[in-house]
Design a protein around this ligand. Structure first.
Ligand code: GRF
Length: 202
């Protein structure tokens, strides 16, 4: 299976997926292309160092978000992409993109959805005072942080947590469940039924 990773920053989730493929925890898959909307994203640099196809697509060169997404879809088509992994890609993708790659785009979000969608999910959780938070890997639909849930992991929120300490605890789980979800997808074990994702047994 051909995987594309879209990112904007650090790229630690991308690295986790990359490592799972390198160490054969995920078989029959390759990262065919990495796309960033930020020229200086450390994730993009890492991709280049590893010799992957890695491109910066400059949003400023496009007259609208639709035109930008058309370009992204063009690149994905040219690499015959089976799965698109959003990994800290800080843009809302257009309905056109979602429809073109329907049920083939997944995202990771640092909260237990449907709680705390959107930006600064860890801060939202702290401010709300929840005792547990976590992360969610989900299929992407036309609403932000909303599509069918593939995997979730729970972490406690501790009394002295800051955004940093909570984020770090959640990130550790992100690095575990994102590659796991990719593996399930690559092995064709995910079936979407309405809002739900059924994980097929062997
Ligand atoms: C992660 O917290 C992820 O859940 C969110 O953006 C962050 C990306 O981190 N969508 P990284 O670039 O993968 O290190």
């Amino acid at each position: 299976k051909n995987i594309a990773v879209l990112l904007s920053g650090r790229g630690s989730n991308f690295k986790a997926i990359y490592n799972a493929i390198e160490t054969k925890k995920i078989k029959n898959a390759q990262i065919s292309v990495v796309i960033s909307d930020k020229s200086d994203a450390p994730g993009l640099k890492f991709a280049k160092e590893k010799g992957l196809n890695a491109f910066f697509v400059n949003p400023k060169e496009f007259s609208s978000v639709e035109e930008f997404d058309k370009k992204i879809v063009e690149v994905l088509n040219s690499f015959k992409i089976d799965l698109v992994c959003l990994a800290g890609f800080m843009r809302i993708i257009t309905p056109y993109f979602v429809r073109t790659y329907k049920n083939r785009i997944i995202n990771i979000h640092p909260s237990l959805l449907p709680s705390f969608p959107g930006l600064n999910a860890q801060r939202q959780a702290l401010e709300y005072g929840v005792r547990f938070s976590g992360c969610t890997v989900h299929f992407v639909d036309e609403e932000v942080d909303h599509g069918p849930i593939i995997l979730q992991a729970v972490v406690p929120v501790l009394p002295n947590d800051t955004v940093e300490t909570l984020s770090e605890r959640i990130l550790k789980e992100e690095h575990r469940i994102y590659p796991e979800a990719v593996k399930l997808f690559v092995e064709d074990k995910l079936k979407i039924v309405g809002r739900k994702v059924i994980v097929k047994e062997d």
